[in-house]
Design a protein around this ligand. Structure first.
Ligand code: FAD
Length: 509
């Protein structure tokens, strides 16, 4: 981890960690492979820039490999469809603008599908990535960074299973300030991280260099990918949570949402962010960027860079946006990176664990099962509306997410069960779920992570409390309930129309 970094790179050294050093004089210089996971984009991607720079320096070709997991963290049609449609565009952009080949490696569960990389290279990444590297005789593997334990463990295993002549570089292409540079420890709150991040913005919040096609071409073409078949198979398998229609996947769509001329956040909707972002009836006052940020289809650094350019227009909105986009988002990565129990009660601070356990067996007015919650069958119409917004629309308003998770604590058998149910539902239905922000959002709401202690009360103990009357004072609760009702009936109608259309097509065929 401590080896010196290669000299020729346009990426700030602090962004790169050498997790395996194969700088052996006997090393034959083979190609560079970028194993893409979290940062699924061509533009503004430090990991891709580093991979290309290193390939050019060694005069070797470079390729991108992507290993499809078997429904990573329970991904369903909603998340898989969005990701695969984005990857389809990415493959063509890589090929057309940079002539970099894209190898899609299938998870073993999809072996029947038509895609294969090299014969015998299929399955889970702990097996496939080492095999792929061996087959193409790579000398450098570049990976992007995620703090999630499954991938961190997988990388450790890949390090063990690959030749000692291979180097592996991990590049934090997701955070504006690389997680390990922002802080070397678990931070207590936004207050303790904010100053550290702000000090480093001059170094890290910069424009990206232009990426040119690599100087040496990859010899063979990757096998063709039958995207339509792949998407259809995956969407069919996970169809209990269907795709959403309102959010177009891909890098171009992400930039349109950020700063497009039609309905871009920075160009058309910025002003409302400062005043209306906590009003669930005004979802358009939020950026709507979380699906793109989650799948890495847009870089947070690009969003922050562009927002700073227009700061004079709306300083209040831009400052609030940057606080969420940089400080809060990167605080979530800090938590998941340094706290191994990031998704369980064990990860809560001592005071919070104690107060929650002191009140774990307090009498609850209502107790609901996971199934009742999932079906929005509670006595609280506001909570039911937020649950339905998530199930049908795929993105619950940010303000409602707090209320939603806190109520789960109030209505279940203690904090452990509440956390498990909240994470399960969040990961299953949110288009931006299965993300450090989600684990930390649930931990904040239920376990007081990054928050302070409040006046002690039943069930919640000293954890911050939210209730229906508080919401009523803040926004038009009945208006939100009607808004969600309308949203749900529109989605149901679209679904019924689509089903009818497909039956008609089958009958005509
Ligand atoms: C219980 C709970 C669950 C959550 N689950 C998720 C999740 O699964 N995925 C997810 O991305 N966010 C999650 N959040 C955080 C936040 O609610 C969403 O990021 C936000 O609503 C996304 O909408 P937006 O991009 O339009 O928001 P904007 O307000 O426009 O924010 C821009 C970006 O800033 C970041 N951000 C905003 N709020 C937060 C926050 N509180 N913590 C960390 N980063 C933030 C996100 O990356 C977001 O896309 C959760 C919050 C709670 C309380």
């Amino acid at each position: 981890m401590s080896s010196p970094l290669p000299e020729t790179t346009r990426v700030q050294p602090g962004r790169i960690r050498i997790i395996k050093d194969g700088s052996n004089p006997a090393r034959k210089e083979g190609p560079v492979v970028y194993w893409m996971f979290r940062d699924q984009r061509v533009k503004d991607n430090w990991a891709l820039i580093h991979a290309v720079d290193q390939a050019n320096k060694m005069n070797v070709p470079v390729a991108v490999a992507f290993n499809l997991f078997d429904r990573f963290k329970g991904a369903r049609a909603r998340q898989l469809g969005f990701m695969l449609r984005g990857l389809k565009q990415l493959q063509s952009a890589l090929q057309i603008s940079l002539q970099i080949p894209f190898f899609l490696i299938q998870a073993s569960a999809f072996l029947e599908s038509s895609v294969s990389v090299f014969p015998n290279v299929q399955g889970e990444p702990v097996q496939t990535i080492p095999k792929f590297l061996q087959e193409c005789e790579a000398s450098l593997l570049v990976t992007d960074f995620t703090p999630l334990r499954e991938i961190q463990k997988c990388k450790e295993e890949v390090c063990k299973r690959t030749s000692d002549l291979l180097s592996i570089h991990e590049v934090d292409a997701h955070n504006v300030v690389p997680v390990w540079e922002a802080s070397s420890k678990l931070e207590y709150s936004a207050k303790t991280l904010r100053g550290k991040i702000n000090k480093l913005l001059a170094t890290y919040l910069i424009e990206f260099p232009t990426l040119q096609p690599p100087s040496i071409r990859w010899k063979s073409s990757p096998p063709p990918i039958d995207w339509e078949k792949l998407i259809e198979e995956n969407v069919k398998k996970g169809n209990e949570v269907p795709e959403i229609g309102w959010c177009e996947p891909g890098e171009s769509a992400a930039i349109e949402v950020l700063k497009g001329t039609k309905d871009g956040f920075l160009t058309k909707r910025l002003k409302a962010y400062g005043t209306e972002r906590n009003n669930p009836l005004k979802p358009r006052s939020l950026s709507g960027l979380s699906p793109y940020l989650h799948f890495g289809q847009v870089s947070a650094q690009r969003c922050a860079f562009e927002a700073r350019i227009v700061r004079t227009v709306c300083p209040q909105s831009v400052d609030a946006f940057l606080e969420e986009l940089i400080v809060r988002r990167e605080l979530a990565d800090n938590f998941c990176y340094y706290q191994p129990h990031y998704d369980s009660l064990m990860g809560a601070w001592e005071w919070a664990r104690k107060t929650l356990m002191d009140h774990a067996s307090d009498k609850r007015e209502h107790l609901y099962t996971r199934e009742q919650l999932e079906k929005a069958q509670t006595a609280d119409p506001l909570w039911n509306a937020s649950q339905l917004e998530m199930v049908y629309y795929g993105k619950m308003h940010g303000f409602m997410r707090m209320y939603w998770a806190k109520k789960i604590l109030e209505w279940t058998n203690g904090p452990e069960e509440a956390l498990e149910i909240a994470i399960y539902l969040n990961d299953k239905y949110e288009i931006d779920g299965r993300d450090p922000n989600g684990y930390v959002g649930c931990m904040w709401s239920i376990c007081g992570v990054h928050d302070q202690g409040w006046k002690e009360r039943p069930i919640f103990g000293k954890i911050r409390y939210m209730n229906y009357d508080g919401c009523k004072r803040k926004f038009n609760v009945d208006g939100y309930i009607s808004y969600v009702k309308k949203l749900v009936s529109e989605v149901k109608k679209r679904k019924a129309d689509a089903a009818l259309c497909s039956t008609e097509k089958k009958l005509c065929a």
